[in-house]
Write a protein that binds this ligand. Structure first.
Ligand SMILES: [Ca+2]
Ligand SMILES: [Ca+2]
Ligand SMILES: [Ca+2]
Ligand SMILES: [Ca+2]
Length: 491
């Protein structure tokens, strides 16, 4: 789009972003360095790397002056309780993207004996607080793998951490949820546009990226003043930009905002010899980039593993090769999506490895994790488990859709058969199939795994019903899916 064509935009409806900006999720980051009081009254000491928290026996503590022993912790806790949320609130009001700087990952053996704060943050990076249902939807295979779906991970590398993607309802696997050319994280932290609306301005002719490529204000379609451009440029430098923003805005970044895409970070030249120091200097070694690459590795190895089990089902042995490309060629037909048999860095130790055992009844697939600095190995057992969970997620979705469909059919039936608009009438379990098919539903759906009918019950007075399905691998406290007159929900 030419800049000259841009004036003459119609007056646009505006969305207030202010409301959205104030909804950053609270994170418990600050508190984990302090002792926590468990529900049984015992005190858990601060988590120290690779060690189980020490539980201090309540009785022993009680024998001494509890206050004098823990007064510094208490005072510190109180200070943190007050100051933590305040600092957090202020930082998110200013920034939108918050705690990347807090995520200090132990990124090389040389840093192993580093301070407690970095290890605490490393543990923190593994925290998962998003609901399992959400993770199952977006990460069906790795929904419990903190490297992929931990709160602080950013597998799609759009600058928005998973916990923020959840809060914003954006897609944690999609850099640009609304496909307007601006990365989710950049929309929030830099452009103050809606990450779920390609046309925040309301102008149907121009997407969000068009405005910033031309130097126009989203709020009123006016050309930006020099001051506004300078301010935006400063924000870009401060927050950084992510793809696809950089490609979408192209030359405008420098021409209008004097912003040039950042030069990839390289390892500190003082660092002692680690694998990382020998890496190509063009490789981005930021914590964010490492997490992104690890997420990709987990996904890739997971997909290979599942495809290998399918290959095994057909061939009764695993492929005999130690060459990733050859293995990939053999299992390709079993893969749902393409995969790259080369590691994102593909330089020792960051390479994928595959090997079958002697009688080819098992395999080892591995990658080297940059975020935890260790070799991650997966065997056929892991792959079968991942496959079951993947299939379970698909089946569970099917069950929800089926019950929603049946519920709609039943409500339509009731509307046509009840004596008046206020009352309901539902067919009995004995004859609901005859009554519903084919007028209200083409056929009665059955459970995708058992092939049996879903549980359908009607009240004695025939004016209410319950439909139930049982999930495979349900989350704790959940059995399945339930629909009645009022709603459909997990139960
Ligand atoms: Ca993200
Ligand atoms: Ca995203
Ligand atoms: Ca976008
Ligand atoms: Ca947008």
């Amino acid at each position: 789009m030419e800049n000259q064509n841009f004036p003459g935009l119609e007056a646009a409806q505006k969305k207030t972003m202010a409301n959205q900006m104030s909804q950053e999720p609270m994170e418990p980051l600050v508190f984990n360095v302090m002792p926590r009081v468990k529900s049984d009254g015992n005190i858990v000491s601060p988590t120290i790397k690779n060690e189980e928290p020490t539980i201090i026996d309540r009785n022993i503590v009680a024998e001494q002056s509890w206050f004098s022993r823990y007064k510094f912790y208490l005072i510190g806790l109180i200070v943190l309780l007050v100051a933590g949320p305040l600092v957090y609130y202020v930082s998110t009001k200013i920034g939108g993207r918050d705690s990347e700087s807090d995520v200090v990952l132990v990124d090389s053996p040389a840093l192993e004996n580093h301070t407690e704060s970095s290890t605490a943050s490393s543990t923190e990076a593994q925290t998962i607080t998003t609901p399992e249902e959400w993770r199952q939807r977006y990460f069906p295979v790795d929904f419990n793998d903190p490297i992929v779906c931990g709160d602080q991970a950013d597998p799609d590398m759009d600058g928005l951490l998973n916990v923020q993607e959840y809060a914003r309802q954006t897609d944690p696997n999609n850099k640009d949820s609304d496909k307007d050319g601006l990365a989710d994280g950049d929309e929030i932290a830099v452009f103050m546009s809606d990450p779920l609306n390609a046309r925040t301005s309301g102008n149907k002719d121009y997407q969000d990226a068009d405005y910033f490529r031309g130097g126009y204000n989203l709020s009123d379609d006016s050309p930006m003043t020099q001051q506004q451009k300078d301010d935006l440029g400063r924000l870009m430098s401060e927050k950084g930009l992510h793809e696809p923003t950089i490609s979408s805005l192209g030359d405008a970044l420098n021409d209008l905002y004097h912003f040039s895409a950042p030069v990839p970070q390289t390892q500190d030249s003082n660092a002692t010899s680690t694998a990382s120091t020998t890496l190509d200097s063009s490789i981005d070694l930021s914590a964010e980039a490492k997490q992104g690459r690890d997420a990709q590795r987990t996904l890739t190895i997971g997909n290979f593993g599942i495809a290998l089990t399918k290959y095994y089902d057909d061939n009764k042995i695993y492929p005999q090769t130690s060459d990733m490309e050859t293995m990939y060629a053999k299992v390709k037909v079993y893969m749902k999506t393409g995969a790259n048999p080369k590691d994102p860095i593909n330089q020792e130790p960051y390479v994928y490895r595959y090997e079958a055992n002697a009688d080819r009844s098992d395999f080892t697939l591995s990658y080297y994790s940059e975020t935890v600095n260790q070799l991650i190995q997966k065997h056929s057992k892991d792959a079968y488990e991942a496959r079951e969970k993947e299939e379970a997620a698909v089946n569970n979705d099917r069950r929800k859709t089926d019950l929603d469909t049946l519920r709609t059919a039943l409500l339509l039936y009731s509307r046509n058969n009840a004596p008046d608009d206020e009352s309901y009438v539902f067919p009995s379990p004995e004859e609901y199939k005859i009554k519903l098919v084919p007028d209200y539903v083409i056929q009665i759906p059955k459970d995708p795994k058992t092939g049996k009918d879903y549980d359908y019950q009607v009240s004695e007075t025939s004016d209410s019903f319950t439909l139930k399905a049982t999930y495979d691998y349900p989350s704790p406290g959940v059995t399945g899916y339930l629909c009645n007159i009022v709603e459909c929900r997990d139960y």
